[in-house]
Write a protein that binds this ligand. Sequence first.
Ligand code: ZN
Length: 437
Amino acid sequence: MKAPADLLLLPQWVVPVDPAGTLTDHAVVVQDGRILDVLPADAAQARYAAAQTLTLPGQALIPGLINLHGHAAMTLLRGMADDLPLMSWLNDRIWPAEKQHVSEAFVRDGTLLAAAEMLAGGITTCNDMYFFPRAAAEAFQQAGMRAVLGMIVLEFPSAYASDADDYLSKGLALRDELKDEPLLGFTFAPHAPYTISDASFGRIGTLAEQLGLPIHTHLHETADEIQHSLSQHGVRPLERLARLGLLGPHFIGVHAVHVTDAEIDLLAQHGCHVAHCPSSNLKLASGIAPLARFAAAGVNTGLGTDGAASNNRLDLFAEMRLAALLAKGVSGDAAALPAAAALKMATLDAARALNLDDRIGSIVPGKRADLVAVDLRDLACQPVFDPVSHLVYVAGREHVTHVWVDGILKLHDRRLVDLDPDDLTTRAAYWRGKLTA
Ligand SMILES: [Zn+2]
């Protein structure tokens, strides 16, 4: 007798990420939201009676992409302030706009827009950091997208919270309430060394250890940030965090553009992770993170889009390609960051940074069924020698046709299943009106 299954997927190629390489004429079997089996297509059809079978000719099935750093609600600020360096972008444009407009409604609408963009582009999980994380959580749940919510902390007041303690207590209350939600996770998200005091960092370090949660913070993004730390604290930011006991396998440093070899070794020694956001770093002229040196030192690195105000796309296909090209150009080594490594950064390595690699990041039996089908039949993708190479160097998010999160279909033939693009467009226009009034 055949074994029951919810879904039998028959793509032309399966790219499991772990192990590396491509499986041809294989099936992926899904049951109860998890990957039940990966096996040759003939054997799968003999062994399983699936409620639904989907043939995906010319398509590569990959693990859902994981956006290791973003500020989802900032989609509503997309294109509002371009062509400025980080500090004037933040101080003169972004922070004043946020101060005036950011509210629960803003975050809910902006996060929903981001979730729609990310899901349509093959991103099934994001690691988010923004004000009003409760509103973000509601939006991610409405979208049915997996999200790790940052319990954001800043020293200065916003519409969301008054001081670091207030941010922290609001974040912890939310986490207490939602910690058993299957698609949600939490990190401590102190914004950056230049916006957080030693006392707050110390408290966050203690809490992170007690609760077993990651710490997610911007780090060494610009040369200015380093100078500021030297004048305020007498040491560079990373050294300061090391002295405060913040570094460890639970630590995700975002950007790490300006780092010395000794600092890269320090990150490696502590088992820290880096979220590499190459588009954002280029657009704000912050610099280029030394990816090949991270890899050589053994620093686990994932890819992030950062917010749509500094990218301006939430597009991990673009980040994979850019990361691979920059790594080669900067290191002078065309073998730096091969395609398979770039894809791994956008999937399994990011899962590892979030301590979710036992659940997501690769197409392996037992993991949750976060899956993405990428159509390589497009003329611009011909011929196909190696699907993995094409996923990084040729294909784009426009080639994503189907997306499942936890085994549930979220994108069907390039159409969002649960979210209404017209409604999202109307909401975005409403906020554009408010921001320009
Ligand atoms: Zn950021």
